[in-house]
Design a protein. Sequence first.
Length: 67
Amino acid sequence: MATKTAHAIAADGRRIDVDQAMAMIEKGQQLAGHFPNDEALDRARRVLEGEITSAEGYAELDAKYSR
């Protein structure tokens, strides 16, 4: 059975393989000594998929850490 790969369209028109981009983000963070939690990875996925803008993602972080 074939698996469906999620793609998104970047602002410059390029197609992005969301799963591959997420793997690169997570691995890059791990190699830098960071271990992103599910909430952070979900936020990154929503930005990549265009569900939220990067500004909205930053606003979520601001709200989280301004408490």
